[in-house]
Ligand binder design. Structure first.
Ligand code: NDP
Length: 335
């Protein structure tokens, strides 16, 4: 058959399961769009915690693989049967494997058309964390005015967007953050109360005690927990009777198995462990969420903070910073 010609398409591969050092810049054969796919020149690739789980082997992945899932850029070729996109269109996406690259193939049904007045960086920064924050407050637990919400890592990528969206729905956001700078950023995003959780001697008892103080003993209507292992027990103990604990990440490590009886003892609490794919499973749902997000950005009501950008070749440094709790907002790679 035809030989594959290796153009100089720079990409970041994970060579094996491991730490950031397994990430290597390399040349890969230029990807070709198949039916229902477009080829995109990546303007910026989004860095997300899930990329680190896949790199480290927590999620089963083939090695080597080109890392990344999110980004923004310009369509440079269209495959067969593509009807809604053309060369030159600006698109963004949350789910295109191999996005840490100069060129990536994106499924037409995963591509979001970027409004002309939204920058490449914001377009690349918004999809994965924005869609996540949206489904968490609009669908998993529809946050309403007057409710109390606990969320962790409020100055992080998802955290900053979640804080803004929950506060805009009229909830009081009680947020945890790691540092002074993160406290300032989270307050500016709308967090009403801040808990500096790294300074607590015993997170599991002191954090719920603070939350109970702030809520007249009641606890929060919903706790959104992306930190996982270190905060799960504290989050569960902070939820009001018949409230909900939404465990959506494992930044500190996975939560061990939970005895359902603990939900009874916590006050008939609902526990869910959602994932983005189930909340953008139809094109209508993806379009609804992404349109609301881009509209909010254009109206100036949603601030997308790009906390750091790295050259594509320095992806390992970006992973070190994200896993080292050193980042705020979105981290982007620029090919
Ligand atoms: P963040 O920007 O939130 O970075 C992680 C933050 O978590 C850190 O900055 C740190 O903030 C906090 N943290 C607490 N403990 C640790 C620890 N031991 N190691 C590292 N960080 C820690 O990342 P993302 O916004 O990309 O992702 C946030 C979480 O949301 C991840 O767990 C991710 O997997 C999850 N997620 C889940 C989705 C879903 O659909 N289920 C979709 C998208 C993301 P601080 O210094 O303030 O403690």
């Amino acid at each position: 058959g035809a030989s594959v010609v290796a153009f100089d398409v720079r990409a970041i591969i994970a060579t094996a399961a491991g730490g950031p050092e397994v990430l290597q810049a390399t040349d890969v054969p230029d990807p070709r769009p198949g039916p229902g796919e477009v080829l995109v020149r990546v303007a910026a690739a989004g860095v997300n915690f899930i990329d680190t789980y896949k790199r480290s082997g927590i999620y089963a992945m083939p090695f080597p693989h080109v890392v990344g899932a999110e980004g923004g850029g310009e369509v440079v070729a269209v495959g067969a049967d593509v009807t809604t996109l053309a060369v030159g269109d600006r698109v963004a996406w949350a789910s295109a494997p191999g996005s840490y690259a100069e060129l990536v193939v994106v499924r037409e049904d995963a591509a979001l058309v970027v409004p002309a007045d939204v920058s490449d960086e914001v377009a690349a920064a918004l999809p994965l964390q924005g869609l996540t924050a949206h489904y968490l407050v609009a669908s998993t637990f529809p946050v309403a005015a007057g409710q109390d919400v606990l969320l962790h890592a409020a100055a992080g990528g998802v955290g900053l967007l979640l804080t803004q969206l929950a506060a805009q729905r009229g909830a009081r956001v009680i947020a945890t953050v790691g540092t002074d700078e993160k406290e300032r950023i989270a307050r500016a995003a709308g967090a009403a109360e801040i808990i500096r959780y790294r300074e607590l001697d015993d997170l599991t008892t002191e954090l719920p005690a603070r939350v109970r103080d702030l809520t007249a003993g009641r606890g929060v209507d919903v706790a959104y927990d992306s930190v996982g292992k270190d905060t799960f027990d504290a989050s569960l103990a902070s939820v009001a009777r018949r409230g909900m604990l939404v465990l959506f990440g494992a930044s500190s490590g996975p939560v061990p198995p939970v005895d359902p009886q603990r939900l009874n003892a916590a006050g008939s609490v609902f526990l869910t462990r959602p994932t983005l794919g189930d909340y953008i499973a139809t094109r209508d749902e993806l379009t609804w969420r992404s349109t609301e997000l881009f509209d909010a950005v254009r109206a100036g009501t949603l601030d997308v903070r790009v906390g750091a950008t790295y050259p594509l070749a320095d992806a390992a440094d970006a992973h070190r910073a994200l896993e080292g709790r050193a980042t705020t907002g979105k981290v982007l790679l620029l090919p």
